[in-house]
Design a protein around this ligand. Structure first.
Ligand code: HEM
Length: 527
């Protein structure tokens, strides 16, 4: 791939005034008119506090090694420092090749942005993936790019086609059995992997990734990949290639997005690795979806009833098999690392809080009296403490540390005039660890999610901890993620007491917010 788009395009990308929208949403109304005096009363954009950009290099230099102190792996620390230094709203301007960012640390303001969002909200993420889908592999995707890194009408049309099937609780419930089977296979494998000290190997996270991929494949492709079977657990299998490709994708996307975007000009080594990983994900997904489709069609036309799978439902609303395939690719892109990181983090937190683990064990034992008892959808509903442990982990350590929206119109935020095109970034990992929103924020207290108090149903600001996002672009896989996580944690805690006997782990962006270090859990079998 040579120089892309020519000099004119390059100049446009870098020197376009930052307040001009690069959002692709086509429904931009002038919020300014609606709020009238509010806009006039608000303080000008230039007064939003934040680190001052330098001439020519703006603030991008802060992400450079040696000279800058904004490490991408430690963006959580950077974000906390910015909050301490500048307060609840911080502007990061002068980022070459990308619009200004507005960091928000105020749940009321986040609520306001979310509640005012357009029909086609723009989540500012992954222009590099957008480029891959719309330019590099236009041959494959055409105008049907899925939802990840897709905006405007293309996003809206795709989401409308798949949303009902993905978010209907009934659909997720249909997967209780296969997801339980996968969780049981994972527990068996964990048991086998232990050494004489009952500890799992250093790369246990990779095993969790395999569990996650296996679970998503049951949902997206209606098939068992066999990720947890011994004979396919080798580095040359499609399964491992898919896991490696997803990890390569996530490890490089932050570099491509936040550092100086050389990839827009020529093929950097990072860009090449990234493209190769995406090609692997696309090819392997296509291979499996074709097999799944042949299997489905071999029984005649696809008819939908209450027991139909997600794949059958999607095929019934859209007969073009590409839609099911592209949905599967998106699920692989964002449904593996997120869920496995959450599980790693929850297991680690439970190992650090044995007294909470015992409360959870008692709850699970009541619902699942024997190791052979099956965990049904009704059984899962009774596991309220389990859900509280999951929420509490995601409050303290949200897997996706920040979310955001590109302003599709001029808007007043936190008393400032924020022009269209600016990217508001909601700093959830900072907010949900503030005393103001969650008293004793450093304490792991699942009980706080069980209390019912006045301000909201759960007694906390509903926009202070939003691990799955909110609104029209909310996580499309949330129901499946909930089911997978609850199931595997229940089965693990039912089977083992989980201990961790090494130095306390720090969390790092890796590329999800992950406990940083080998997860050498000691798994002591319960009677
Ligand atoms: C613990 C696990 C997960 C977490 C924490 C998580 C978190 C998120 C977040 C924060 C967003 C952005 C929402 C917004 O902009 O408001 C998102 C979007 C999305 N997630 Fe998840 N996710 C998880 C698992 C999954 C799974 C398992 C799948 C697939 C089965 C999935 C599919 C998606 C998709 C397709 C989107 C894009 C939606 C759109 O832009 O329309 N996620 N997720």
């Amino acid at each position: 791939m040579g120089i892309r788009g020519g000099l004119t395009c390059w100049r446009r990308a870098f020197f376009q005034p930052l307040t001009t929208s690069r959002c692709e949403s086509s429904v931009v109304t002038t919020f300014q008119d609606d709020v009238g005096t509010e806009w006039d009363r608000a303080r000008p954009y230039s007064e939003v506090p934040g680190p001052k950009p330098l001439p020519l290099v703006g603030n991008t230099w802060r992400f450079l090694p040696f000279v800058g102190n904004f490490s991408i792996e430690e963006i959580d620390r950077v974000s906390r420092d910015l909050y301490r230094q500048y307060g609840r709203v911080v502007k990061l301007a002068g980022l070459m090749g990308r619009p200004d960012m507005l960091f928000l640390y105020d749940a009321d303001e986040i609520e306001r942005v979310f509640r005012n969002e357009d029909l086609m909200p723009h989540r500012p993420s992954m222009p590099s993936l957008n480029y891959y889908k719309h330019v590099h592999r236009k041959d494959f995707f055409g105008d049907n790019g899925g939802v990840i890194a897709v905006h405007g009408e293309n996003w809206y049309n795709f989401r409308t086609r798949v949303q009902q099937a993905m978010l209907q609780p009934r659909t997720a419930k249909l997967y209780t059995k296969p997801i339980e089977e996968t969780a049981v296979a994972f527990v068996k494998r964990a048991k086998k992997l232990r050494d004489s000290n009952l500890e799992v190997p250093e790369d246990f996270l990779n095993e969790i990734h395999k569990w996650s991929l296996e679970s998503i494949a049951r949902v997206a492709l209606d098939m068992r990949l066999g990720c947890l079977d011994e004979q396919v657990s080798c580095s040359t299998s499609d399964t491992q290639k898919l896991i490696d490709a997803v990890i390569t994708f996530f490890s490089n996307v932050g570099i491509l997005e936040l550092k100086f975007p050389f990839w827009r000009i020529f093929s950097t080594p990072t860009w090449k690795k990234y493209i190769a990983a995406l090609d692997t994900i696309t090819d392997i997904s296509m291979k499996h979806i074709s097999t799944a489709l042949q299997r489905l069609h071999s029984g005649g036309p696809v008819l939908v009833d209450n027991d139909s799978s997600l794949l059958q439902r999607v095929l019934a609303t859209d007969s073009d098999p590409k839609t099911a395939c592209i949905l599967a690719i998106d699920m692989f892109l964002v449904g593996i690392d997120t869920t496995s990181t959450a599980v790693a983090s929850i297991l680690y937190q439970l190992s650090q809080h044995p007294e909470k683990q015992e409360i959870l064990y008692d709850e699970i034992r009541n619902v699942l009296p024997s190791h052979n008892s099956s965990l049904t959808a009704q059984g899962l509903e009774k596991l309220v403490y389990l859900k509280a442990c999951i929420k509490e982990t995601l409050r303290m350590y949200p897997v996706v540390i920040g979310n955001g929206r590109c302003m599709t119109r001029d808007t007043v935020v936190a008393g400032y005039q924020i022009p269209k095109g600016v990217q508001a970034v909601f700093q959830h990992h900072v907010i949900s660890n503030l005393d103001h929103y969650f008293p004793q924020p450093d304490e792991f207290l699942p009980e706080r999610w069980l209390k019912i108090c006045s301000k909201s149903r759960q007694g906390h600001h509903p926009f202070a901890s939003l691990p799955f996002g909110y609104g029209r672009r909310m996580c499309l896989g949330r129901r499946f993620a909930d089911l997978e996580i609850q199931m595997v944690i229940a089965k693990m805690i039912q089977t083992f007491r989980i201990e961790y006997h090494y130095e306390k782990l720090q969390y790092r962006i890796h590329p999800m917010y992950t406990p940083d270090g080998p997860l050498r859990f000691k798994l002591v079998e319960r009677p």
